[in-house]
Each structure stands twice: as structure tokens, then as C-alpha cells.
Design a protein. Sequence first.
Length: 432
Amino acid sequence: MTDHSTISMNDSGGPAAPRDPEYLHEGDPTPEAVIDPPVDFASQSYRDMIAKSLLNRGNNKRLKAAIEKAKRGEPVTIAYIGGSITHGAGAVPLPVNCYAYRSYELFRKRFASSEGRSVRFIKAGVGGTPSELGIVRYDRDVLRNGKENPDIVVVEFAVNDAGDETRGNCYESLVLKALDGPGQPAVILLFSVFLNDWNLQDRLAPVGWHYDLPMVSIKDAVVEQFRLARDQGGVISKRQFFYDIYHPTNSGHQIMADCLDWLFEVTDRSAPDAEDIATDKPPLIGRDYVHTRLLDRLNGNSVARIDPGGFRETDTDLQLAEMDDHDDGTPQFPYNWMHTAESGDGHFSMTLRSKRLILVFKDSGSSEFGTAEIRVDGQHKMFADPHEINWTHCNAVILVDEQESKEHTVEIGMAEGSEHQRFTILGFGYVP
């Protein structure tokens, strides 16, 4: 192990929908409590705590292959996809103190030659988003539309999936999409935790057991010791680990990175597994969304017949996320369709052949935004209210979920009373 010097609830016990506070920036005050003794990152009790995070060593064939590549000086890419914790919320400064960048650095320093930076870093964390949106974003944000073939993919949605309409189908589909993707990367399942000791590990970890994947549980590492005083084996208090009820502090992000580093260390010193994992077995929950593709204004007309109607404008006031190690925020879903107060009553209409269809629309806290009615094949499907969560971010909802592919028509228009307000269709995820 590397040494270092230094909520509304649903029936699952978790938040009914992701609700992230404003992200932190360099210079913001840190709320770490001064009444707690400093965390001793070099202590044996710290090492013991980190070791408890290894929920499953898993089949190590792919992860050891990535490690050996790094040792030989060959290019290795580590990618991370998840919600706001993967984005880095709570870390100051965010790009270099988030767990993703810190664990990437630990991997690079542990295995790669010091003469170069052959290990590359992809971070695709977006705040307030579940795997239902992650499956739409994967090709764009991790594979970069075919330009990247990661060797390792860390998946972190254990505190974001309470509102997943598929109750794990999108999560397992995302895991399989990564496992069977270009280069067949090692996939690590990471289970973060909220201040109230909650996550969805009980639902999602069985997916890891099913495919014998490496799994790292921050909950297993820290929750038990939160109740202990320092002289009883406590290592870090909740006040020190959490910035707010959702996100870790710098110390919390460091612990998450060290938990991943412990997996790297254990894998490196373990004998290699002879056989690879099997992904062609029957799924545990479902694999119905593996082949999800993104449809937006950039490629929409090549995939579907689209009449934007009154949704002809482009929204530029979008959720931002610092991708990779960048300081600047990347606008999410910039190729969108927006209705404005001056757009009139024309409906957005799209016809395409698919078996499953996910709508991604913009949530907003602005009073200028109103509710839209969604109709599928002429039938009312839902009202999409951008104020349910009430801050600017991307909201994914399922419109079609069928076993056979057929032609569907989606119509989106402003609901009664919202005719002169804004609504932004960010894009769609579709399974042909």
C-alpha cells in the first residue's frame, strides 16, 4: 500500500433522485472539522481500514494484463465513469484531488516508468447522473466515439442509481458494454457511500459476483470505524471524510484512491488467473441496454426523421463537468433542441426504429423553464417537469422498453400553461 504524508428518501432508503449541491472550487473554505485529531495515513489502523474495502479480488486476468503493460512501458489508459463523486465534487482543487486522478497517479507511480507518462487518464463523471444516463454517455465520454480503447474502466454509480427505472438493468448493461468493448478492458466496480451510510451495494454488487469482477467498497472500509473513537480503532470521523451529505473531502477522496490502490497492489502480487471472465452467460438483472447509442442534434438526421417544430434553438446554458484532468467545464449535451418563449406551439417530432428509447432533457432551477408533454406513438407517455430536481443537470427517462425493434414516433410539446416557456431536449439514447 502506498504511504502518504499527508435527503428525501425512497423505499430503498436512498435519495429519490440525485440532488447535488454546487461544486467546490479552489479557494472555497473547507469544512473539515478541527476538533478531530489528524488522520494518520501511515498508521497500521489506516492500512487495516483500507484493506477492508476489497470486496472481491475478482478474476485478475485483465487487470494484471494492464499492469504488465504499464511495467513494460506500453501505453495504458484508465477510465472512470460515474456521478458527482467521480466528477470530483468535494475535492479542492477538483482536477487533481479527486479520487479518480489520485488513483490514476498511484497506478502510474506504482507500475509505469518514471521516464514518461505512458499511463493515460479519462474521467467521465457527471454530477447527479445515474447509470441510466451513463449507458447513453459511455461511447461519447469514455470511448470518445471510437478514439479510445481503455485498459481499465472504473464504474461508480452506487449512490446515484436510486432513481434508476430499470433497477439495475442499465447498470449491468453498462458493465457489459465496458467489458465487451474495444480492447476488452478490466472493469472495476466501485461503491461509494453517503453520510447516512447508505449506498446500493446490495443491489449492484451481485452483478460483480456474477461476472467475478474486482469490487472496491468504500462503505465496507469506513462505515464501521466511523462509530469508533481513535483509541478504539477509529481512523477518520464523518466530519473529516464528508464535505457534505453526499461528497467526500480531500481526505475522503484520498481514502477512495488508496482503496483502489490496494486492489492494484493485491492484484500485482497475486498469481494470474488462467481463464478470462465469461460475459456470454445469462445476465443477473438484464442486459437490455448494452447496445444503447446516443442520438442528438449532431447525428439525429442520419438516424431518424426529425422535425424540430418549435424546438429549433440551441441551449448553451448547460451543466458543466470538468472532464479528464481539465480545469474548465465541458458543456453536457451541447447538440440539443430548445423551445423558447418565442418558439410558438410547434411540436418536436421524431420517428425512428428502436426497441428501447431514453429521453435526456435538461433540469433547471430557472422559472423560465416549463413542463413538456411527451407522447409516444400518439399516446400520452409523461409530463417532463424540469423543476422536479430544480438545478441545471441532465435527466434521463425511459420512453420505450420493448423486446422487438419497430418504428416509433415521439412527439414533444409544451404542456398547457407552459406554452411560452423554455424546455430543452438534450438528446436520446436508443437501442436499434
